[in-house]
Design a protein around this ligand. Structure first.
Ligand SMILES: [Zn+2]
Length: 162
């Protein structure tokens, strides 16, 4: 092979490589764009933790908390020991925490992974419905952590982890 032929072959190779690189780059940029779009959308999904923290401070949230306190007979739903009361304000349940039978972090993960077909209103039920809330001691809440309650309707969260 002459030098010229060799050189021309190399140029050809270089050209092909460039085309390939450009295609790779375009493909990469496309994926990158898609990832950014998905992330931007994900950020638009309700933040369940924030929503709950806002809601629990509202009149409705406080009423639900008091209802839980009464229906649990003033006991922690986990250890069954009495929940502490704040003396100065009578019936106050400020020393207790609300435990979610459907862990909020998992709900969040589920919502963000199923952006298109997820119904946020349905998921919000797990965030604020007394049916899915336990009033517990802060230390009991820590122990419970991200446990998913053994309810058939929470199977979708177990599936998320499997
Ligand atoms: Zn407890």
């Amino acid at each position: 092979m002459s030098n010229n032929e060799q050189l021309s072959k190399l140029y050809q190779k270089l050209h092909e490589q460039n085309v390939q690189d450009r295609r790779d780059r375009e493909a990469w940029e496309k994926v990158n764009r898609e990832v950014k779009e998905v992330l931007a959308e994900a950020r638009n999904v309700t933040n369940f933790r924030k929503s709950f923290n806002r809601w629990i401070r509202t009149k409705e949230g406080q009423t639900v908390k008091k209802k839980l306190f009464i229906s649990q007979q003033e006991k922690c739903a986990y250890c069954k020991a009495p929940l502490e009361l704040q003396e100065e304000s009578g019936l106050s349940v400020d020393h207790s925490e609300v435990h979610h039978l459907a862990p909020l972090a998992l709900l969040q993960r589920y919502a963000e992974a199923n952006l298109d077909d997820v119904k946020l209103e349905t998921l919000m039920d797990f965030v604020i419905s007394p049916k899915y809330l336990w009033l517990v001691h802060p230390k009991c809440n820590k122990k419970l952590g991200e446990q998913i309650a053994d309810l058939p309707e929470l199977q979708f969260l177990r599936d998320l982890l499997s």
